[in-house]
Ligand binder design. Structure first.
Ligand code: SF4
Ligand code: SF4
Length: 96
């Protein structure tokens, strides 16, 4: 998904391409177009668009995909950070 990124270097998604049978399920279910299928193999083409929903791993028939769904969901971290910042968190507090 172009123009949409979560935090870099926190995504837990991995693909064992040697196990892939090219069924296309991961590409079909991924909401952020993280995968492409080329020459009957899945390729991760947009790793940092992954929101760790787990749909690809759940639907892969040969368990070629691994992701810690819901554990390191970066959007959750961003939202938490924004909320804390709005509330004056991170040690800053309100000055008044
Ligand atoms: S975990 Fe969800 S967002 Fe990430 S690659 Fe799989 S289907 Fe796409
Ligand atoms: S769902 Fe699994 S087997 Fe199917 S294309 Fe994706 S990685 Fe390959």
């Amino acid at each position: 998904m172009k123009g949409f990124r979560y935090l870099k270097n926190v995504v837990t998604l991995t693909l064992r391409q040697e196990d892939c049978v090219g069924c296309n399920k991961c590409q079909e279910v991924c909401p952020h177009q993280v995968f492409e299928i080329r020459e009957r193999k899945a390729h991760i083409v947009d790793l940092h668009a992954c929101l760790e929903c787990g749909a690809c791993a759940t639907n892969c028939p040969v368990a070629a995909i691994s992701v810690d769904a819901g554990v390191g969901c970066a959007i959750g971290l961003i939202n938490e950070w924004l909320q804390e910042r709005k509330a004056g968190g991170f040690g800053g507090g309100f000055l008044s």
